[in-house]
Design a protein around this ligand. Structure first.
Ligand code: NOJ
Length: 529
């Protein structure tokens, strides 16, 4: 196993810092809180923690609007707290990934304040400024991902600026060499402080069409979809020049040894895999979000798994994600019982898994009363289901009203749910948490699950099956993706893990197994089978 890098062997755990653990009682999670919970993460059995943005920010988009790339927001703590977090994580054998948000800054960032101050300011070209169209309107038809035009009029200098997201998040001009240099220094600032890698926000959006051409209409647009789906993003995403930037970020990380560059990229697989770079010199892992949007059935997942495996270039390392802070929780999407099957899938597929905080205890989407909505995506486009507060509710550490998250008033309401908390589940032998722990331990102890090939991916009725093997070690995985029993053909062997925990230790001598609804098994295949 030693030839693999730590991020290939390991499992990443995403922390949404506002919601993980509040230490100072202001109702908002903080760095000291994360540090206090690192032992929990080490015991859980993950290898790296990715922390969503903790930089100074007006928090209009909860930290994805950065006002200073080289500091810590007071609400989260100090640089000293950050250093303590990294040091303690490293003591425990955990890596730390930061969220790098290079596409846009906050409109309160001093760079933007300067840029908007006059047309001849030295930083004018750091952002995307354009003259109005002849009728005085926006320069072209580009739409914001948070609704409405992506162009904001600035009366002081008589030009518009571009923002792919909120108007408070102006896009930086990545064609400008000074911007690139400055951002490279930002990476180095954190690498010098010991971070082990970055998740890069909206990596595929960094470069826009040099000619600012209008995006064509999307013939498949359906009513109720977000506004920007009215258009194909032909000129606003996935531009060829972006790969140069990815390569240079990667080169910087490589100077620091074994670091990891993970890219947030929502693109179809053929385009997605180009972000590995032609020679493996791009992102180490362009996030693979296919399991988030997939229809949950065996045939569809089998197709996704096989197609992805075939599409990967030889040098590319796969990865899988079930949830994050921008998407409904997996246990809400597919139900509590299937969430166990999903966990088994995530942790037995080939490639690095990323877990979202709380999924290991089966947290579901929270219910947010209208007067407590926080997410700008919901506030600015109400009613179309884009709100992300439900998947950002506080981590449930215990069964008390504030779930052990905070002594103050939590910034989002705490969700309920019998026993959906760490303390209760730690005591129960068949809880989601103990199941996750056993899955993570199995993954660590079985080279086939980490470095093995994936083969024979098949869907029979509702059951997805595949094999992982390395050398003579073979593991067979069968996942019943429906609630009804199914009889399946299996190789001879011993069940090493079972989602419902009814089968473990069972020797399978015959060639068929009755797999209960929502059941999943990992079978160690006997050598003679
Ligand atoms: C992607 C982030 O994951 C999301 O939370 C954010 O709103 C946008 N990028 C803008 O930064």
């Amino acid at each position: 196993m030693s030839k693999l890098a730590w991020w290939q062997r390991g499992v990443i755990y995403q922390v949404y810092p506002r919601s993980f653990q509040d230490k100072n009682g202001d109702g908002i999670g903080d760095l000291a809180g994360i540090t206090a919970r690192l032992e929990y993460l080490a015991t859980l059995g993950v290898d790296a923690v990715w922390i969503s943005p903790v930089y100074p920010s007006p928090m209009v988009d909860f930290g994805y609007d950065v006002a200073d790339y080289c500091a810590i927001a007071p609400v989260f703590g100090t640089l000293g707290d950050f250093d303590r977090l990294v040091a303690h994580a490293h003591e425990l054998g955990l890596k730390v990934l930061l969220d790098f948000v290079p596409n846009h800054s906050s409109d309160k960032h001093p760079w933007f304040t300067e840029s908007r101050s006059s047309r001849d300011n030295a930083k004018r070209d750091w952002y995307l400024w354009r003259d109005p169209a002849p009728d005085g309107g926006p320069p072209n038809n580009w739409l914001s991902r948070m609704g409405g035009s992506a162009w904001e009029w600035d009366a002081l200098t008589g030009q518009y600026y571009y923002h792919a997201f909120l108007r408070e998040q102006p896009d930086l001009n990545w064609r400008n060499a000074d911007v690139r240099k400055e951002m490279d220094d930002v990476l180095r600032f954190w690498l010098d402080r010991g971070v082990d890698g970055f998740r890069v926000d909206v990596l595929w959006l960094l470069i826009k069409d040099a000619l600012f051409r209008d995006n064509p209409p999307n013939p498949e647009f359906k009513a109720g979809e977000p506004d920007h789906h009215r258009q194909l993003q032909t000129y606003t995403e996935d531009q060829p020049e972006v790969h140069d930037i990815v390569r240079s970020m990667r080169a910087t990380l490589d100077e620091y040894g074994e670091r990891v560059l993970v890219g947030e990229i929502y693109l179809p697989v053929p385009q997605l895999v180009s972000y590995y770079g032609p020679n493996g010199d791009g992102a180490n892992m362009p996030f693979n979000f296919q399991l988030i949007g997939a229809p949950w059935n065996a045939a569809e997942i089998a197709r996704i798994v096989s197609d992805y495996d075939h599409a990967l270039p030889l040098h590319a390392w796969p990865n899988w994600v079930l949830g994050n802070h921008d998407n409904p929780r997996v246990a809400t999407r597919i139900g509590a019982r299937q969430a166990r099957v999903a966990a088994m899938l995530l942790l037995t597929l080939r490639g690095t898994p990323t877990l979202y905080y709380g999924d290991e205890i089966g947290m579901t989407n929270g219910v947010i009363p209208p007067d407590r909505v926080q997410d700008p995506a919901e506030l600015r486009q109400p009613g179309i289901g884009q709100g992300r507060d439900p998947e950002r509710t506080p981590m449930q550490w215990d069964g008390s009203p504030k779930a052990g998250f905070s002594s103050g008033v939590p910034w989002l309401p705490v969700s309920g749910g019998d026993s959906v908390n760490v303390i209760d589940q730690d005591r129960a032998t068949s809880s989601m948490l103990t199941f996750y722990k056993r899955l993570l331990a199995l993954r660590r102890s079985e080279p086939a699950l980490v470095e093995g090939a994936i083969e024979r991916v098949m869907a029979g009725a509702n059951v997805l099956t595949y094999e992982r093997h390395v050398g003579s070690e073979r593991l067979f995985v069968a996942l019943n993706m429906a609630g009804t029993d199914a009889s399946i053909e299996i190789p001879q062997g011993t069940v090493v893990l079972s989602a419902m925990e009814g089968h473990e230790g069972k020797q399978i001598a015959g060639t068929t197994l009755l797999l209960a609804g929502d059941e999943g098994v990992v079978i160690r295949v006997s050598p003679e089978s």
